[in-house]
Write a new protein. Structure first.
Length: 245
């Protein structure tokens, strides 16, 4: 008589049509994956192809309540972020505070000076700052630099590194992510090919729009388990003529 575990696995094999096939050895399952072909395809992708992916991402973002802002320059991106911060209303306090990943791309935007001019307090998530946790809890906006974006699902990949904690994208009520067009990939498979090249990766977060749940009476609610709003700033490097992107 089969035990419960064997019965369960056999049902899965049957559902997959693998019931009569030999079982795959663990060594085969754990063997390194050859990503060379995928990585080569990524490096040879043209700007026109990247822009097509951007259009796909924009189309997929709508139903997810992910607001995409296409910016041709660092100056335009910084202005967009500043405008979002000015227009936002803190959810749990009367003052506006922003936490920003300690990342070269975000430093190039010079957000600290721009937001300070708008009387908005800013804090970098420096790894050696003992108060970074409290600043994150107090902040209404978290700004991060996404490692990659996935066009097919309007998802960003957020890697956890020193000075770039995942809490920045999860705790504040509003999450603003900045993504360079060159780091936009087509599929989850392509993203994982890149992730596998990361040495000593601690953790990562895949984010598709703001937090949402429909647990209570099937009613969609945003912000129950994380940010209630999310903005994605896509840096194209030069103007995009097609209005759909």
């Amino acid at each position: 008589m089969e035990d419960n575990q064997t019965l369960f696995l056999n049902r899965i094999r049957a559902a997959l049509g693998n019931g009569d096939k030999e079982r795959i050895a663990w060594e085969e399952l754990a063997a390194p994956i050859d990503d060379s072909a995928v990585l080569q395809a990524l490096t040879s992708r043209s700007r026109e192809e990247q822009l097509l992916l951007l259009r796909q991402l924009v189309d997929m973002a709508g139903p997810l309540h992910l607001e995409v802002h296409v910016c041709a320059s660092l100056t335009e991106a910084a202005s967009s972020i500043t405008a979002i911060a000015k227009d936002s209303k803190p959810e749990f306090s009367s003052s506006k505070e922003v936490v920003i990943h300690d990342h070269p791309l975000l430093q190039a935007l010079q957000l600290e000076s721009l937001l300070t001019e708008a009387t908005i307090s800013t804090h970098l998530t420096r790894n050696y700052d003992p108060e970074v946790r409290q600043h994150t809890v107090n902040a209404s906006i978290g700004i991060t630099a996404a490692a990659w974006g996935i066009a097919e699902s309007a998802t960003i990949v957020q890697l956890t590194r020193p000075g770039q904690p995942r809490s920045t994208s999860l705790v504040p009520s509003i999450h603003i992510a900045v993504l360079e067009l060159a780091n936009l990939v087509a599929t989850l498979a392509e993203a994982y090919a890149l992730i596998r090249q990361e040495p000593d990766l601690g953790s990562l977060v895949l984010i598709s729009g703001p937090s949402k749940t429909a647990d209570i009476e099937g009613t969609m609610v945003h912000g129950a388990h994380g940010p209630r709003a999310m903005h994605l700033i896509v840096l194209t490097g030069e103007p995009v003529d097609d209005k759909r992107a």
